[in-house]
Write a protein of this length. Structure first.
Length: 134
């Protein structure tokens, strides 16, 4: 009887790790107001970031009050180097904003809007590279 109890205990020890407990998962965070779902929220936040970068870089190029206060105005040589990249960024951000609006109106898919936003991020990276940022 002792051997049978030992065998049963050994069998239980071998099987328990296989059964295990289900993996714990973090609760899904709530979607912020104004967004349809988490993908929309992520896209909207990424687009807001690239729009902010665009605004900042346009300000540096045009030497607006914020750029003057931050001493980030571009020199003539920097303007020459960065202008084509800034124009590319502006075009890509405009397209991404249009795609995002179209996604919300139902005339484009989420994937199309995400693709346009990724193109804007690529244009942002190109401008950063032209500026010498790694």
């Amino acid at each position: 009887k002792m051997k049978r109890t030992m065998n049963l205990a050994l069998l239980l020890c071998l099987l328990l790790p296989l059964a295990g407990c289900p993996a714990a998962s973090a609760p899904t965070p709530p979607v912020a107001t104004g967004y349809q779902n988490i993908d929309d929220q992520n896209l909207g936040q990424a687009l807001a970031a690239v729009n902010g970068f665009r605004t900042s870089e346009e300000g540096n190029y045009n030497c607006n009050a914020a750029a003057q206060a931050a001493a980030t105005c571009l020199t003539a040589a920097q303007k020459t180097t960065e202008k084509p990249y800034l124009n590319g960024l502006i075009s890509a951000v405009n397209l991404a904003n249009t795609a995002y609006t179209a996604y919300h109106s139902g005339t484009q898919t989420l994937v199309q809007a995400q693709t346009a936003e990724k193109s804007a991020e690529t244009a942002q990276a190109s401008l950063a590279t032209a500026k010498g940022v790694k």
